[in-house]
Design a protein around this ligand. Sequence first.
Ligand code: MLT
Length: 405
Amino acid sequence: MVKVNQNYLKLPGSYLFSEVARRIAAHSAAHPEAKIIKLSIGDVTRPLVPAVVEAMHKAVDEQGTYAGFHGYGPEQGYPFLREAIAQFDYQKRGVDIQPQEIFISDGAKSDCGNIGDIFDVDNVVAVCDPVYPVYVDTNAMAGRAGDFMPELGRWSRLVYMPCVESNGFMPEPPKEKVDIIYLCFPNNPTGSMATREQLKMWVDYANKNGSIILYDSAYEAFISDPDIPHTIFEIEGARTCAIEFRSFSKTAGFTGTRCAYTVVPMELERDGAKLNTMWNRRQTTKFNGVPYIVQRGAEAVYTPEGRRQIMESIAYYQNNAKVIREGLTAAGLECFGGVNAPYIWIKTPNGMPSWDFFDLVLAKANVATTPGVGFGPSGEGFARLTAFGDAEATKEAVERVKAIL
Ligand code: MLT
């Protein structure tokens, strides 16, 4: 008789965004006339920019010719894209990252989950609380999280770093020694952003303890403050302790097109093994690369035209963030984030539990949010709103929420 992976059986209920989608669908079925505005999952709404579309059309035409056809590509990604990323996302900022340290993939979510393959099951993992649920659930699936304790909403072997109002939603290094540390800045879900000094403290902690920082920078394009680092590799010492995840999803509207990348520096070693070599081994075995057409589209993001066009989209979403923040603040809600990030983290009125607030706003205003507690116990009493909606719909959603408060 086949035995299943018992770790999956320990996972509570459904993945957060599936549960949110289920409740929205149930509300919609019960009220077919309701015009629901979704400010829940962080999915973009603006189309791909013309420079990307043009590059992809050209690549489609190439694929229809003998001379231009591409079959399997390099699992790590085509050199043209790895070189563009190294140059524009790193070297132009004075950060020395080489193309062979960059691995193109189909998503930061997949990479954040898959990276666990190269680490032992006994490592102690630290996560922020609240946190993007993928880090927790994938470690649980691998057997690294211990057992779920429903009364606490926590896993027994994970170390939780509370990110709450009193510490500015900034994790503090744990007292105990931890091996793997997930950091995400600009932060999902709180919208907070780490300064250079704060990141330096983490890099020093990791180098001192032999830990690895898994740095998720999927929302990097939303950094508006000139003093904020765009990559952990701007911090001295990061090359010996960090892996960085980036994505074209939120930067260039690729949520449905799928392209991202992971940076594993050559110096990064543990147990005498190079992590770049191990990740390469993992990817070449389990992954066959991102489609040529998609990689050509991603490359176009780095052309002057593409750059200008995606910056317009980002400015549009940044304005949505401002509309949400200012509108809900005026309505008397306490709002955090939304400045260097596309997420606004709001305190529910009168300490209302997150799921009650979710249900109330959905039922009365036909607006979908994401309940803060879904990101971890310290998210209780909060809700997350995304700035990735249509501008008019976002304004209307804010007005509707104001009206019911
Ligand atoms: C979110 O809403 O947190 C994100 O869209 C989820 C994701 O990127 O996977």
